[in-house]
Write a protein that binds this ligand. Structure first.
Ligand code: SF4
Length: 358
């Protein structure tokens, strides 16, 4: 077990979900449907909820999007965060329509009076604001001072914004400092954490398509979490947001921070593989997709490491020549001939296991 000492941060609540302090590290994502399309947005949020998403952010880029919030909220369980750029009126409209929190980049809202209006409505309704500093939109003054969107430039930009909010008596804040560079992201969060205890939303921005994006996010988030930094995480992938949630949970599981759903241990296959492990693993992964119970499943291709791993798991399968052995809690419970029967029997045993262990 890795020893991780979480850096203390203050706690805020978004809807009924706590973030920071001793709260669990929260998993979140963002929809990629047009928010004004209520049906599509609710449908996607339902899938994300099922996958373990605890907070959802939606783009509010037009008035219809802000006005869709009450209906969307009625149909979902998790808190909703409105993501706003440039237009303070959209932020105000989103809050008035019931957003549980908003995310703004104060740098692109610009006008101080507009920011003050946002603070006013958020204060009235106790709605937290995420100050989202992004390396791509650091203000000119800091770019000039630091010679580019360096971690120091991002940190100073964030601290300046916090000072502004605090000077208006508002401290219901969460902060993010994102860059598409892993190194800059880590340095920015590290420096910020040494200077402030506001809760942190962490992520590597514009991480890329599924495979490179997963690797980049896992490295960035993994290193930060290992250093005890981060109160809520978002993995950014060009693709289905469901994958973002899956990756978030695998990162948390890998570090021993939080667990959700089955852990599938499967062999990489080699010249000794005697059954079609790749297909079996794909089918089982699919079969267990919406299961939130925590347990270990092993699927191994031959008799070398197979029985050992399968025995260690809660439920396991070790392949032989046109034969498979099913283990449960370390004991052989079934030997099955034929690959098709094996998959069917294994699913049946999984269903039984899930039923007995709920
Ligand atoms: Fe190869 Fe067997 Fe190891 Fe799978 S379990 S990688 S088939 S030796």
């Amino acid at each position: 077990m890795l020893e991780i000492r979480r850096r203390p941060t203050r706690k805020i609540f978004i809807g009924g979900v706590d973030i920071g302090g001793d709260a669990p590290i929260r998993v979140q994502s963002m929809t990629n449907t047009p928010t004004r399309d209520i049906r599509a947005t609710v449908e996607q949020i339902h899938l994300l909820e099922k996958a373990g998403c605890e907070l959802i952010r939606v783009a509010v880029n037009e008035l219809e999007a802000a006005r869709a919030i009450p209906q969307i909220k009625k149909e979902i369980e998790i808190p909703l965060i409105a993501d706003i750029h440039f237009d303070h009126k959209l932020a105000i409209e989103a809050v008035k329509n019931g957003a549980d929190a908003i995310r703004i980049n104060p740098g692109n809202i610009g006008n101080i009076h507009h920011l003050e209006r946002i603070i006013e409505v958020c204060r009235e309704r106790e709605v937290p604001i995420r100050i989202g500093v992004n390396s791509g939109s650091v203000e000119k003054v800091f770019l000039k001072k630091y010679g580019g969107p360096t971690p120091d430039a991002m940190v100073e930009s964030a601290l300046q914004k916090i000072a502004f909010f605090e000077s208006r008596g508002f401290s219901l804040l969460k902060v993010s400092l994102k860059s598409s560079s892993i190194e800059d992201t880590i340095h920015a969060y590290e420096r910020f954490s040494a200077l402030s205890d506001y809760p942190l939303h962490i992520g590597v921005t514009e991480a890329g398509p599924l495979l490179p994006g997963t690797v980049k996010s896992s490295l960035g988030l993994g290193i930060l979490l290992y250093k005890g930094i981060g109160d809520t995480i978002r993995v950014s992938l060009t693709g289905d947001p469901i994958d973002e949630i899956r990756v978030c949970w695998e990162i948390l599981r890998g570090l021993g921070i939080r667990q959700r759903g089955p852990e599938i241990i499967s062999c990489p296959t080699c010249g000794r593989t005697q059954i079609d492990i790749i297909k079996i693993v794909e089918e089982i992964e699919d079969y267990l997709q919406d299961v939130s119970q925590v347990f270990k499943v092993a699927i191994m291709g031959c008799v070398v490491n197979g029985p050992g791993e399968a025995r260690e798991a809660d439920i396991g399968l070790a392949g032989g020549r046109d034969l498979g052995v099913i283990f449960k809690k370390g004991r052989v419970i079934k030997k099955v001939q034929g690959e098709k029967d094996l998959l069917r029997e294994f699913k049946r045993e999984l269903a039984r296991f899930l039923r007995d262990n709920t």
